[in-house]
Design a binder for this molecule. Structure first.
Ligand SMILES: Nc1ncnc2c1ncn2[C@@H]1O[C@H](COP(=O)(O)OP(=O)(O)OP(=O)(O)O)[C@@H](O)[C@H]1O
Ligand SMILES: [Mg+2]
Length: 379
């Protein structure tokens, strides 16, 4: 067993990106990015518009050449400008699915999916067998002979997926493949996609600016900002331990406010004074000192509000400014000593009225500190 594990460990990651840089003019669209993707892993690149996600995918795919750094697939170098290595896209064995489906409207579904195999000059029966099997996989067997022009958006995206899968790619790349679809369909296809990836075990890199999509799909999320990877982690880790305000804002709808550390307390807690003069106890990871400027992150679902607990020592007075019913929960916006603060209450309890004076409790072990301008880097 130990031997097997050692053998597995020694296997090269499926995809290795090292100090990769791509410049357009003076500006780096991808700036010294390093990461690995393991066999069977689903990695999501998440970040705002223009942060370099598509550029990153195009570099891995071989549709663009890096200025510096290296890319290896299955341990083999496919891009390394310092050594004059550049393997062309069609020789990298990578499947790609984009936002625009790039489906040929004049061909039927079967022919669209068969296309990559025809390009690779595979035999007729072989093509038929593979296309039928992959159409079954994406639930399109019955549409095989239909013209692609007649398909719905969701069906077209499934054709695009089938076409990317049909030649047994070593790696699958997705660039916002669901963003043209309506919300319901997007959520359903997201589930299907995850299920399909689990079944096939295909290593995938998926680009999105939608955090809900990232959290649901990813084994690991790489958060990008201005061409750089600013934090890497499992969705849960990014949610609970963001290392910067940027990541906290991007990954959640947390309450975030600026403050200063007054004193360190016992057991990894610190007392923080916010810019509006409130004092509260907050958890930290052991690196803060008195006087540090920090951001405090509190998730809305971690707090409680009530109308009858004004005597509680850990309670704060606040007033309900607005209330939004969200089906399985209610989101309240409070005025807490002059600053807006959101609280989400799960379940369908009788709602509290707008304008009501309430007691807000913030469990101190759930309030976290991010040190500003922290030099702590990425993995
Ligand atoms: N071919 C190009 N020529 C010049 N600049 C480019 C080119 N492609 C991308 N850029 C620039 O590189 C930066 C990153 O672009 P990229 O398309 O990778 O962003 P993105 O994260 O995919 O954004 P979006 O979410 O809007 O798709 C942008 O500033 C963009 O203008
Ligand atoms: Mg893009």
């Amino acid at each position: 067993m130990a031997f097997e594990r050692a053998a597995l460990k020694s296997q090269a990651p499926k995809c290795q990106v090292e100090a990769l840089t791509k410049r357009y003019g003076a500006r780096a669209a991808v700036d010294a990015v390093t990461f690995d993707v393991d066999e069977g892993e689903f990695v999501v690149l998440l970040g705002p518009s223009g942060c370099g996600k598509t550029t990153m995918l195009r570099l891995v795919a071989g549709l663009a050449a890096p200025d510096e750094g290296r890319i290896r697939l299955d341990g083999k170098s496919v891009a390394d400008p310092a050594r004059d290595v550049f393997v062309r896209a069609e020789r990298r064995g990578i499947g790609m699915v984009f936002q625009s489906y790039a489906i040929w409207p004049h061909m039927n579904v079967f022919e669209n999916v068969a296309y990559p195999l025809r390009v690779r000059r595979q035999r007729g029966e072989e093509i038929k067998r593979k296309v039928e099997s992959v159409l079954a996989l994406v639930g399109l067997s019955a549409e095989s002979r239909r013209s692609a022009a007649q398909l719905s958006g969701g069906q077209m995206q499934r054709v695009a997926l089938a076409r990317a899968l049909v030649f047994d790619p070593t790696l699958l790349l997705f660039d916002e493949p669901l963003s043209n679809l309506d919300l319901k369909l997007r959520e359903r296809l997201r589930l299907e996609l995850k299920e399909l990836q689990r079944r096939t075990g295909l290593t995938s890199i998926y680009v999105t600016h939608d955090q809900a999509e990232a959290v649901e799909l990813a084994d690991r999320i790489l958060v990008m900002e201005n061409g750089r990877v600013v934090q890497v982690g499992a969705p849960r880790e990014l949610y609970h331990q963001p290392q910067s305000r940027f990541v906290a804002e991007f990954i959640s709808t947390a309450n975030i406010f600026a403050g200063q550390v007054l004193a360190r307390l016992a057991d990894d807690f610190a007392s923080v004074k916010t810019m509006t003069g409130r004092e509260l106890a907050v958890r930290h990871d052991g690196t803060v000192s008195e006087g540090d400027l920090v951001d405090v992150v509190i998730h809305p679902e971690d707090c409680r509000i009530s109308v009858d607990e004004s005597g509680r020592p850990d309670g704060y007075q606040a007033r309900i400014v607005s209330r939004r019913y969200q089906g399985t929960s209610t989101r309240y916006t409070l005025d807490w000593a002059g600053e807006m603060f959101d609280v989400v209450v799960l379940g369908s309890e009788a709602p509290l009225a707008e304008g009501a004076e309430v007691t807000l409790t913030v469990p101190r072990e759930r309030a976290r500190i991010i040190v500003r301008n922290s030099a702590r880097g990425t993995r």
